[in-house]
Design a protein around this ligand. Structure first.
Ligand SMILES: [Zn+2]
Length: 342
């Protein structure tokens, strides 16, 4: 009888402990937030936000530290953080994820190429944030201000593009290539030799599928008076004979199958279409012209030098289901995409 009672007491005690636990557990969970729930303690300053977590990225990018020239100052940062800034600045964040990855790998490769070849800034600086010299760069705060309500989603897309391609580099013969890129081509990219001085085996003309009607300012127009045209052409090509009617100043255009001017004769001097593009400030070297009311009108297709990866073309390939490796091996001839250890 006694034993039985003690068993009952034991059972009651165990139940009491369990019951107590049942009631107390939620309190344990709630307690840390009690001040917020019941407002008994000092009110939390709601303007105080968590400090932004620096982008960590993948291990390979994180292990490579760059000395980046930003205006007048040199800042040390890891490759992943630097690439975040480049991708934010160089490609619209609304683009397809695989196109953003292709851009991240091209930017990483361009950076590795600069490190390998000594770059433009001597032994103490690896790369700069001036797009006329190295690659464009924009920090997170400025990018977020530009993106407005899409900022969170866009930043996350770019983080994924950099992190999921950690260390991936475009190689030709085992070394990083000069991974140049441009905004949009006229349906065909251009070989390096057509645009610059030297040809490179991995920078050849390939088909590019961008759809003009989906691209802002894909078709543009430039209007120059006779005097403006003469000044610009004469400055760029001092040997040219620009007498007589402006209708005869530009002749004998040789075009690639997409209509881009490879060479053209300016006042008796044969020059590259790219040089005329530069002299007149046209958006690309794919142009035609006609005289109209004493002016010369240039009709231009695409934007940029046309060499290497076309960003809008990459976006179209991604829409059609290509991944970033397929995009890169399409635009850069005979390359592999893999981590570079050098
Ligand atoms: Zn630079």
């Amino acid at each position: 009888m006694k034993r039985r009672r003690s068993q009952i007491n034991q059972a009651i005690a165990v139940s009491a402990v369990l019951l107590a636990a049942l009631f107390c557990l939620p309190m344990l969970v709630v307690t840390p937030f009690r001040s917020a729930l019941f407002g008994r303690e000092e009110p939390v300053d709601e303007t105080e936000t968590e400090p932004p977590v620096p982008f960590a990225g993948g291990d390979l990018d994180a292990s490579r530290i760059l000395r980046v020239l930003k205006g007048e100052t040199v800042e040390e940062m890891d490759l992943g953080t630097y690439l975040m800034g480049v991708v934010r600045a160089e490609m619209p964040a609304a683009f397809e994820p695989e196109a953003l990855k292709a851009q991240a790998v091209a930017a990483r490769t361009y950076t590795m190429y600069k490190l390998q070849t000594g770059g433009n800034h001597g032994p103490d600086i690896d790369i700069c944030t001036d797009n006329a010299c190295c690659q464009a760069y924009i920090d997170e705060e400025s990018a977020r201000a530009n993106w407005g309500e899409n900022a969170g989603a866009y930043e996350a897309k770019i983080e994924a593009a950099v992190e999921e391609t950690d260390g991936q580099t475009i190689l030709y013969g085992g070394v990083p290539i000069l991974a140049v890129f441009h905004s949009s081509s006229a349906g065909l990219t251009r070989s390096a030799g057509e645009v610059w001085v030297n040809d490179l085996p991995y920078l050849q003309a390939v088909r590019s599928p961008e759809e003009g009607e989906r691209i802002p300012n894909y078709y543009s127009r430039a209007e120059l008076t006779k005097a403006e045209l003469k000044t610009k052409l004469q400055t760029a090509f001092p040997e040219a004979n620009l007498s007589g009617d402006p209708g005869g100043w530009l002749t004998d255009a040789q075009r690639d199958p997409a209509g881009t001017v490879v060479t053209v004769t300016v006042g008796g001097v044969t020059v590259k279409g790219t040089q005329v593009r530069g002299a007149l400030g046209l958006r690309s070297a794919c142009f035609t012209w006609e005289a109209q009311d004493g002016k010369m009108i240039f009709y231009v297709t695409g934007f940029g030098h046309g060499v290497g990866l076309s960003q809008y073309g990459a976006n179209q390939l991604a829409r059609e289901g290509a991944d970033y490796r397929e995009i890169l091996t399409h635009y850069y001839t005979g390359v592999t995409v893999e981590p570079y250890q050098g």
